[in-house]
Write a protein that binds this ligand. Sequence first.
Ligand code: MN
Length: 193
Amino acid sequence: MTELLSHIDLDRGTLSGGSHIERRLSQLRDAFADRQAVDHMLARGEDPVVYTVSTLEHGSGEGDQHVGLGVLHPGTVGQEFFLTRGHRHNRPEASELYLGLRGRGKMILQMSSGTSVIDLKPQSLVYVPGYTDHRTVNTGTEPLMYLGIYPAWAGHDYRSLSERNFSVVVVEDHGAPRILNRSEFLQSLGAHH
Ligand code: MN
C-alpha cells in the first residue's frame, strides 16, 4: 500500500519510507570540468560523498508521482562547486518541480532555447520544463536540500548528457559563485596546467 504520509528529516536529509542512494566523487569523475582536480583528490585518498538522494515511489502508473529528497554537500573540486550528475528525463516531455528546503545553491537548466541558472534556496519553487537538462550546484557552506517531484513515468537519462555535459560551470571566485562557459573555463585550466 502506498504511504500517504512521509516525514522529511531536515537534519539527516532523509525521507521516511524512501530508498537511499549516495554518489561519491569517484562516481562523478566525468561530471566535473577539471578532471585533473578530481584525480588529484582521488589520488590523495579523498573520495567524499557529494550527494545523496532519498526516493519515494508512489506507484508506477500513468497518474502516479515520485519524489526525491536531494542532499548536496558543500565543497569544491578545483574551483568548481560540488554538483549533481544532472539528467534529462527518459520521457523528455516530463516536467519536474523543485522545492528548496535548506542551504544555498543554483540549478542549471539547459533547454534547446538556451541555458538558465536559477537560485535554489529555502522557499524557492523552481519549475523544470520538459526537454530540459537539469543539474544542482551547492554554492554555500551547508548541505543544500531540496525536493524534486516528477511523474512516475519520467525516468532518468544520464547518458545523453555524459558526452556533452552542461554548457556552463559554476566556480568559486574569491568566495562567491561565478558562472562561466565550460569552454572558457577549460581554456583557462589549460593555460594553468
Ligand atoms: Mn529530474
